[in-house]
Structures are given as structure tokens and as C-alpha cells.
Design a protein around this ligand. Structure first.
Ligand SMILES: Nc1ncnc2c1ncn2[C@@H]1O[C@H](COP(=O)(O)OP(=O)(O)O)[C@@H](O)[C@H]1O
Ligand SMILES: [Mg+2]
Length: 275
């Protein structure tokens, strides 16, 4: 078996260099979005700092996925604009990577080939691909599973593959759309802890959509609460729980119950508000 790549090497291979002086990674400016006559997002503005971990919570249908797709250049913006590292998003971008709830793995490709896919696609140098894939596999704890196929893996492991496939492109922004929504509660907590560790090594700007208030408090520097449709920013909360965090350390923190109540109030306070 291949030698395990050390943690510091992994971080070096997969991390991005913070070379810009602007502290803001993402500027979402007065976004509106319609699907036909349906107003889905209404005047959404948000700034996300470089290396910040932001969680977005909100009711189903409040436009969270649509917002991520607009960030990634996959959905058209009707009104407003989004700037990432100072440039306007006008189509799919290489500096962003998305992790989905449905793993979206190719069943006929081995794990390492699934992970290398975005790099193969752009014709990257084979040696560089091998190095990045190996580092990503180590980072998500899949050493030894390189030659397996997706159907030989549990849901939690498939989602690690999804995460590794996003990390190999060395995105400056990582977008995650309810990535742990399809796994059981125990696996979910394990994945949250691993993501906390990975993120503390790589420190990419992360935008993580979740239904779970607990998950948001565990992971985020800030929580953005969206209203029910049309999605608007109802409120933004700082999660001032110190890092490094574990699921356990967050639950035990004296600030945890208060934060939970605040998020709940912001979500609940808008129920029935349909303009
Ligand atoms: N491509 C599309 N065409 C038409 N309606 C859509 C499309 N994508 C999303 N919607 C609608 O927009 C609303 C917001 O969807 P979505 O962004 O998926 O919300 P969320 O992720 O918060 O659950 C929903 O009512 C959904 O049905
Ligand atoms: Mg969604």
C-alpha cells in the first residue's frame, strides 16, 4: 500500500495561498431571482470574509440551493450581482467547488478516478493529479479505498469522496449543499468533526447550507438565517464558540443553548410571511 502522506504535506498540496489584500471573498449584492412568476430570492445581500465558514439555514424552498448555484455560476442572476475575489460571477468558475447531498459519483469509476475527474477534465499534468488525489484521499480518511467502486462504500464514505473531489481542485471557495443530509446521525457527527479538522488545515472560504441548527452552530463562524420564500436574509449570528471544536465541545459550551434559541427564533419568526 502507498505510504500515508503526512498532514503538513497534505495541507501544502491542497491549500490555497492567501495573496490578496481584500479581506472579503464573496460579495452578494442585492440578488433577486425568479423562476417564472415565482420570486425565490428577494434582495439578498451578504459579504463573506476570506477563510470564513458561513452556514446558511432556512426553510425548504427558501432559495438556498439556488443561491449556491448562482455563486457557482450555474444559475442565472436576474437582479444584482455576485463578486468572488473581486470579479463578477458570470458563468461556472474553476475557483469554486461544490459538494452535493446526492453524492453524484460515477458508479463505473473507481474512487481515485471519481476524485481525479475534475482534474482529468481540464487535462492537468498526470503527476500533479496523482499527488493531489493522494493528498485528498488521506485528508478525508479514505486511504486503502482508492480502487474500490462507489457501491462498495457506505453513505458516509461516499460523501468523503464527494468532499475529496471538491478539494482536489483547490477551490478558493468551497460550497456545500446539505452535504451530510443523507447519512445517519452518528455518521453525520463524524463527518462534521472531520470537516472541522480539514477546514482548520485548509481554511478555505466555506459556504455550507444545512437544515440542522446544531450542525450550523458546530461548524460556522457565522450563521445566516433565511426567511421562507421569497428567501431574504432574516438575520446573521456570530458563533463565538472557540476553535478547535468537536461536536461535544460545542454542545457543552455555555453559549450553545442561547445560540440555538436565537437561530430558532429567526427561523420561526418569519413563518407565514409570504409577500
Ligand atoms: N430550475 C428551477 N425551475 C423552477 N423552479 C425552481 C428551479 N429551481 C428551484 N426552483 C424553485 O425555487 C424555490 C427555491 O428552491 P431551492 O433553491 O432549491 O430552495 P432550497 O434549497 O432552500 O430548498 C423552490 O420553490 C423550487 O421549487
Ligand atoms: Mg436545497
Amino acid at each position: 500500500m502507498l505510504k500515508r502522506t503526512t498532514k503538513s504535506t497534505v495541507s501544502k498540496i491542497l491549500s490555497i495561498s492567501a495573496d490578496e489584500e481584500d479581506p472579503i471573498a464573496i460579495r452578494i449584492e442585492h440578488i433577486c431571482k425568479w423562476f417564472g412568476d415565482l420570486l425565490v430570492l428577494k434582495d439578498v445581500s451578504l459579504e463573506i470574509a476570506k477563510n470564513e465558514f458561513v452556514c446558511i439555514v432556512g426553510a425548504s424552498g427558501s432559495g438556498k440551493t439556488t443561491l449556491l448555484r448562482m455563486l457557482n455560476g450555474l444559475a442565472e442572476i436576474d437582479v444584482g450581482r455576485i463578486l468572488v475575489d473581486g470579479t463578477e460571477v458570470q458563468g461556472p468558475r474553476r475557483d469554486m467547488a461544490m459538494v452535493f447531498q446526492q453524492f453524484d459519483l460515477f458508479p463505473w469509476k473507481t474512487i481515485d478516478k471519481n476524485i481525479s475527474f475534475p482534474l482529468d477534465l481540464v487535462g492537468m499534468d498526470k503527476g500533479e493529479i496523482a499527488e493531489r488525489v493522494k493528498a485528498a484521499i488521506t485528508l478525508v480518511g479514505l486511504d486503502g479505498f482508492e480502487s474500490k467502486y462507489p457501491n462498495q462504500l457506505s453513505g458516509g464514505m461516499k460523501q468523503r469522496v464527494g468532499l475529496a473531489r471538491a478539494l482536489v481542485v483547490r477551490p478558493s471557495v468551497l460550497l456545500l449543499d446539505e452535504p451530510f443530509g443523507a447519512v445517519d446521525a452518528q455518521t453525520r457527527e463524524t463527518l462534521q468533526e472531520e470537516l472541522l479538522k480539514i477546514w482548520s488545515d485548509l481554511r478555505q472560504t466555506a459556504v455550507f447550507v444545512t437544515h440542522s441548527i446544531d450542525e450550523a452552530i458546530t461548524l460556522a463562524d457565522r450563521i445566516v438565517v433565511m426567511s421562507a420564500r421569497p428567501g431574504q436574509v432574516n438575520g446573521i449570528l456570530d458563533v463565538d464558540i472557540p476553535r478547535p471544536r468537536t461536536v461535544e465541545s460545542v454542545r457543552r459550551d455555555s453559549r450553545y443553548p442561547g445560540l440555538r434559541e436565537q437561530v430558532r427564533a429567526l427561523i420561526g419568526g418569519q413563518e407565514g410571511n409570504h409577500e
